[in-house]
Design a binder for this molecule. Structure first.
Ligand code: ZN
Length: 245
């Protein structure tokens, strides 16, 4: 919102999606002219849901179920739809983004997510991931329902508001402003493109999930083989009892 003067009266001007959108494109063009490539995120369709993949949708559902965020997210949705998230980079426990607002230069947003403790990681791996068969299933979110609930449980993989900390360079940056909210959705959109980013963000090695599943499979096969061989021995014992060769 900016203050404008009109015939001596002052009124507040509400920034429109169109203004944000055109300023965003202009900024991307200016940066490209300087040889700087940005990585914007924006929904591809106008459908009600911003994200389309299991990871993206689940990320957004997780945010939307917290009362702490409920009245902040609506404007974030409008901003991300307007193409305001000009650049978004996911690193371990960290999201850095540039968001177009009402001024000509974008705001810098950074989101930090508390890391998962080693114990919690091991627990999650142990409980759930024995069921993932391959990387493709994991990335497509195709795993059993009980595993999905584990992602959302209190000690699950999706972060809770107490684990999420954010900062924005705008004047309202002390609380969750529309720019931060837009980046929250931007993370979901990035997960649509690249679900492995989720594992990067949470500091998990996705290949470990698969390795663990394989370990368990091999363990199970060995146990079965052991049972089988014991059975064979006892059959032989029975045979020898009756003098058979
Ligand atoms: Zn802000």
């Amino acid at each position: 919102m900016s203050r404008r003067s009109y015939w001596g009266y002052e009124y507040f001007h509400q920034t429109t999606s169109y203004e944000v959108s055109s300023k965003a494109s202009e900024y991307i063009r200016r940066q490209a002219a300087k040889g700087i490539t940005l990585h914007p995120v924006a929904p591809k369709s106008n459908s009600r849901k911003i994200c389309q993949s299991w990871w993206g949708i689940s990320w957004c559902d997780n945010l939307e179920r917290y009362a702490d965020y409920s009245n902040r997210l609506e404007r974030g949705r409008k901003y991300v739809r307007a193409g305001a998230v000009l650049d978004l980079e996911i690193a371990k426990g960290q999201v850095n983004a540039l968001v177009q607002g009402s001024s000509s230069n974008p705001y810098r947003v950074s989101i930090t997510i508390d890391p998962l403790s080693e114990a919690r990681q091991a627990q999650i791996l142990d409980i759930s991931l024995t069921r993932v068969k391959n990387m493709e299933e994991l990335l497509n979110g195709k795993f059993p329902e009980e595993m999905k609930t584990l992602f959302f449980s209190r000690d699950g993989l999706f972060p809770t508001p107490r684990e999420i900390h954010f900062r924005c360079s705008c004047p309202d940056g002390a609380y969750m402003c529309k720019h931060v909210a837009a980046v929250m959705y931007g993370v979901g959109l990035r997960l649509d493109e690249d679900p492995l980013s989720f594992f990067v963000l949470r500091g998990l090695d996705a290949t470990q999930f698969i390795a663990k599943a394989l370990d368990n499979k091999v363990d199970g096969m060995l146990k079965n083989a052991e049972k089988k061989s014991k059975r064979i021995i006892s059959d032989k014992d029975v045979e020898s009892l009756f003098g058979a060769l």
